[in-house]
Structures are given as C-alpha cells and as structure tokens.
Design a protein around this ligand. Structure first.
Ligand SMILES: *[C@@H]1O[C@H](CO)[C@@H](O)[C@H](O)[C@H]1NC(C)=O
Ligand SMILES: *[C@@H]1O[C@H](CO)[C@@H](O)[C@H](O)[C@H]1NC(C)=O
Length: 390
C-alpha cells in the first residue's frame, strides 16, 4: 500500500474542497465523495473495513479480520491470542493504528521528522527502530497510536460492528432539558481493550517501557476525557420539543491537535533507580530555597503528571538519515524559501541549501455539490516552482 500517496491525496482533496478553487484547466478525471468531512476521508480509505454504510456484513468483517490477524506482522504472542479471541476488535484496533499514523504525518507535516518512518512497509509502526527509543517524538507516536486504537474501537462498537460491545448503557433516561437517546460511545470498553492490547506489549520493568506505558495513558486521556455531548432536535419544523443527546468521542483530528500541544510541552524524565523505580521528572519544578534544597537532597523529585508526555532521551536533529534512530533525514524534502518556521528551507535543510525546480501539480478542482450527497470534482494541473532540500 502506498501510504504517502494516500495521505497526500487526502490532503489535496481536503484543500480543494475547502477552498473550492476557481477555474482550472484540463479535466481528466472526476472525483466523487459522499461526505465532505475530514473524518470520513480518513476512515473511508481503501483497506479500512470500518465504514458504517459500505462495510458489509458482520460475517465478512470477521473473516477478513482473521486474515488481518495473520497478516499484521509484529503482534506479540499475547496480542495474537487476543486476536484469535476477538478478531473483529483487533481488526478495528489495527485500523486505529493506521489512522493514528496518518494523523501523526498530518500533525508533523512541517517538521524535519514527519512521521513517515512509521509508515512501515509491513503496516506495523511498532517495528520501526524509533519506537524502541526514548525521544519526544517516540512519546508522541505512542500516545497517538494508543488514542487511535481507542477512538476506532469505540466507534466500531457504536456502529454495531463488533460482537462484544455496543453503546454505553449508562446514559439512559430523562434529564432536565433533554433525554438520553441514540448510541453513546462506550469509551470504557475501548479503554479497557486498549489497556490490554497495547500495554501488554510492555513489561513495565525498565524505564523505557515505563515511559511507553505512561504515554499510552496520555493518548487514552486525550480521547476519553474529551468526549462530547451531541444532541438532536425533534418536533415540528425544527422546533425542539424533544431533544435527544448522546456522548461521543471527539473528532480524531482534534485529538491530534491536542497531542501536538502535549508534544511541545513534553517533560524529560530520568532513569534514576533503574529497577523498580518510578518515572521522575528530570527538572524538579519546585522553587529552590535554602530550606527546600536541604529537603530536596532527601526527597525524590516528583512523578510526571498523568496527562503530560514524557521522554528519556534528547532528540537528534533529524537532519541526516540514521538507521540507528530509524529516520530518513530531510534530503529531498519540500521547504518554503520565505518561511521562518520549521518548514522554511533554512531550518528544514539544516544549512545544506536547497534546489529549485518546476513541478507539475495535479489537484481536484471545480468541486460541485450535488444534492444529495455527493461532491464531484475535476482534476486540474498547473506548473509551480518548488524548493527541495539538498
Ligand atoms: C516526509 O519525509 C520523508 C522523508 O524525509 C519524505 O520522503 C516525505 O515526502 C515527507 N512527507 C511529506 C508529506 O512531506
Ligand atoms: C511560504 O511561507 C510564507 C511565509 O510564511 C507564506 O506566506 C507562503 O504562503 C508559504 N508558501 C507556500 C507555498 O506554502
């Protein structure tokens, strides 16, 4: 499967849908979509069997998930056992891993490290060397994947696609100005599943594995604690005589935004007391006074907060390809000559300079909305000057 192409394609479609470009030239293909939201673009990618409308019968899903169990490489023995017991849930977990890696690439698109090394040939990001390291980027990846699995399993439950879960039955009955109705997402089921499916990869004894467990937790929090109440009005012509509401997970792009903020605020922890010790902040935030300094020598520094990403190692600069780190470097990356940000050629190319070339770009354009509910676009191409790193 060609991931980068799929990601780029989705982005181009998004851009052209959101800007509804003016006239273009040439029309060689028609793009048709039945939903314009970003969510559905991510979820309707080929290979994802979790689309509610076109997903097919349950039997088909479970048969194809059994195939997925066997063909998804790098599952641990415990994960394979889980897969045999509940292939349908694991299939949506794997689909969650996929949307997480896509979201990672989207969040990091302007950075030297853009997540592309996690788009591994075998489809399992955990098999990349970087996932065995202790960088801030590793922390982000663990949290995003854990969030993706929770998100996707919970959604599959609510669509009635999995045998062992459904809607959250705690949300029933009448409230003051609405009543619970529809399908509340069963985030508790998803959380329990993610804990057993991803956390069981970690032995939890060494610092690295403690770091991963912590960051998995941060990912779950970024979904579970931001569930939102959605409501629908019923009654004559838009009046809201009866309002029914249900709880659902936030959009995954919002989860990605939130985790990106956490990435920038990640805290370094130290491997003090290597065996049996807990993670401790490297920088003790308590202000230093003569008194506290005396106490500090005896007292251990505090544990990191549950909703903060933590890392153990300083990141490399990601300028060069490095097999020990599992990254590809920034040679041939696109950069922006006039930007001062991380995507500017100065920063992106690490001072090596950049090439200028004319490139033909193809985009979807002239998108028209057809009632109801399709978007039809033409394909336009134009030549643009681009810069790429030497
Ligand atoms: C991400 O980086 C890789 C390697 O540096 C590059 O091949 C790829 O095109 C980049 N992806 C995007 C979307 O810029
Ligand atoms: C490059 O960066 C500048 C300044 O941030 C911005 O105005 C411009 O739109 C960017 N160009 C492209 C092609 O993204």
């Amino acid at each position: 499967m060609c991931w980068p192409a799929a990601v780029r394609c989705a982005l181009v479609i998004l851009v052209s849908l959101s800007t509804l470009r003016r006239d273009g030239n040439g029309a060689s293909a028609i793009y048709t979509s039945n939903d314009m939201s970003k969510q559905s673009l991510a979820d309707n990618r080929p290979g994802s069997s979790l689309d509610g409308s076109g997903g097919g019968a349950n039997g088909e899903l479970s048969r194809s998930s059994r195939t997925i169990c066997r063909s998804f490489p790098g599952l641990t023995r415990k994960q394979l056992q889980q897969c045999r017991r509940a292939p349908d849930v694991v299939a949506s977990a794997i689909s969650g891993i996929r949307i997480a890696v896509d979201e990672c690439a989207n969040q990091m698109r302007d950075q030297r490290w853009n997540c592309s090394n996690l788009q591994t040939k075998n489809g399992n990001p955990y098999t990349n060397v970087m996932m065995t390291r202790g960088f801030q980027e590793t922390a982000f990846a663990y949290a995003t994947i854990s969030a993706g699995v929770l998100y996707q399993v919970t959604r599959a439950c609510s669509m009635g696609q999995l045998r062992t879960c459904g809607c959250d039955t705690r949300f029933v009955g009448d409230e003051v100005d609405f009543q619970w109705g529809g399908c509340s997402h069963d985030i508790q089921f998803g959380t329990t599943f993610v804990e057993s499916f991803l956390d069981c990869k970690e032995k939890g004894r060494d610092m690295k594995s403690k770091m991963n467990l912590h960051n998995n937790g941060v990912g779950r929090i970024a979904v579970a604690e931001y569930a939102v109440k959605k409501c629908k009005c019923h009654g004559m012509s838009g009046s809201c005589e009866v309002k029914t509401c249900w709880m659902q997970t936030p959009h995954f792009s919002e989860v990605g935004d939130r985790l990106l903020v956490k990435f920038h605020e990640a805290k370094q922890v130290v491997a003090r007391n290597n065996i049996g010790g807990n993670l401790r902040l490297a920088d003790d935030p308590t202000p230093v006074t003569a008194d506290s300094q005396r106490r500090r020598r005896r007292k251990r520094p505090p544990s990191p907060p549950k909703d903060h990403l933590v890392f153990l190692e300083e990141s490399p600069d990601f300028c060069q390809a490095d097999p020990g780190v599992g990254t590809l470097g920034t040679k041939d990356r696109y950069c922006n000559r006039t930007s001062d940000g991380p995507n500017g050629c100065n920063s992106m190319c690490c001072g090596r300079g950049y090439n200028i070339k004319l490139e033909r770009k193809t985009e979807w354009c002239n998108c028209k909305f057809h009632w109801c509910c399709q978007v039809k676009c033409r394909q336009c191409s134009q030549s643009v000057w681009v810069n790429t790193c030497k």
